[in-house]
Design a protein around this ligand. Structure first.
Ligand SMILES: NC(=O)c1ccc[n+]([C@@H]2O[C@H](COP(=O)([O-])OP(=O)(O)OC[C@H]3O[C@@H](n4cnc5c(N)ncnc54)[C@H](OP(=O)(O)O)[C@@H]3O)[C@@H](O)[C@H]2O)c1
Length: 338
């Protein structure tokens, strides 16, 4: 059987492009004792994949040159010599940008596990997986929202940001989001219930924050970094919490060139800035997922998925995240389960 794969061919310098990957076709490996073969169904696309392509220090090992590009996916077992995973099982794991993957069930970035049968097959890659948990843990555990707090979310129309804002509304906060373009801003205020949205591409952030947060911001949930983070510090309230979730605006920049201004606001306002990685709180995932499920069922939480088709489109699908083309959780479909 033939396998199609995307391997990392060059590390991105300043800019990510499709040229960082090579398309390779080869025979599917024969499984040994204790291994199983999966067919990828849906791949997840995450800004962190850019970091995984770098050789700089991170919370995980970088993808090696010549290795299949790392990605979390949902896949179906089609052959098995493994005690735990059987033919037909639908699993989540880090099976990468390829049609088929061989696994021993324990190595790799994410140990494979069976996904629940009572949820849509893509949900564990997004709202009922890392996206939902990042939003939930970052806001609840790090931001510690209180009723009446003013919460400012950057990247607010993205998969994580849109969930953060809605959970903050459920917690009784006033929520302001920043996003690129009027269509995304309208979605935030008209459909997700944000109190205000700022189009960072056409509005002056400083004046907009003065207008929308005259008494200061209690929680900044930052997905973007850079100028957004620096400017938001000028608008924090006493004892504010600045939650550092990610810095997508710094993609392509050397770590040493990423700077932050206005940090003395942290001193003046006795504020706290804290980064987190969602997996730090993994032991609390089951109750968090139950809460998210309930909010969806009660109509309090809306999520959207943006599904591209075809493995050949994997590199261009990753690029969508950095140009803002994605509308919700970015996924790529390879096949339906059998
Ligand atoms: N800490 C953790 O454990 C953890 C886990 C998952 C994700 N994250 C972080 O969460 C953030 C959001 O990730 P996601 O998966 O939910 O992606 P996403 O928000 O669905 O997609 C990325 C969005 O970022 C925005 N963007 C891209 N380039 C930008 C720039 N230069 N300036 C401002 N905005 C830009 C785009 O929206 P616009 O059209 O609005 O620009 C784009 O749609 C990322 O920073 C990611 O690294 C952190």
């Amino acid at each position: 059987m033939n396998n199609k794969q995307w391997i990392l061919s060059k590390r991105p310098v300043n800019k990510l492009s499709s040229n960082n990957f090579d398309w390779v076709e080869s025979e599917v490996e024969v499984i040994k004792d204790g291994e199983f073969l999966v067919k990828n169904l849906f791949l997840s696309f995450d800004p962190a994949q850019y970091d995984w392509m770098q050789e700089t220090e991170s919370y995980v090992e970088p993808v090696k040159i010549g290795e299949v590009m790392r990605a979390v996916s949902v896949a179906q077992v089609i052959e098995s010599n493994h005690d735990k995973f059987k033919k037909g099982d639908i699993l989540q794991g880090s099976f990468g940008w390829q049609e088929y993957a061989v696994s021993d069930g324990k190595s790799g970035y994410m140990r494979p596990f069976r996904i629940p049968r009572d949820v849509p097959i893509t949900a564990p890659l997004g709202i009922l997986g890392n996206t939902g948990l990042t939003a939930y843990f970052g806001l609840i555990k790090v931001g510690k929202p209180k009723q009446g707090d003013v919460v400012l979310v950057s990247g607010a129309a993205g998969s994580t940001g849109s969930v953060v804002g809605q959970i903050a509304k459920i917690m009784g906060c006033r929520v302001i989001g920043t996003a690129g373009g009027s269509e995304k801003c309208k979605w935030l205020t008209r459909e997700l219930g944000f109190d205000a949205a700022i189009d960072y591409k056409s509005e002056d952030l400083n004046s907009a924050l003065k207008k929308h947060c005259p008494n200061g911001v209690n929680i900044v949930f930052d997905n973007v970094g850079g100028e957004f983070l620096s400017e938001s510090l000028l608008h924090i309230a006493e004892k504010a919490r600045i939650v550092l979730c990610g810095a997508i605006s710094s993609v392509g920049k050397a770590q040493s060139s990423i700077s932050i201004s206005n940090y003395m606001s942290l001193v003046i306002k006795r504020a706290k800035m804290e980064g987190f990685i969602s997996m730090d709180f993994i032991q609390d995932a089951p109750p968090a997922i139950d809460k998210i499920k309930n909010w969806i069922n009660e109509g309090k939480l809306i999520y959207r998925e943006d599904i591209v088709e075809g493995l050949e489109n994997a590199p261009s699908t990753l690029l969508r995240l950095f140009s803002g083309k994605n509308r919700g959780k970015q996924l790529l479909k390879l096949a339906d389960p059998e």
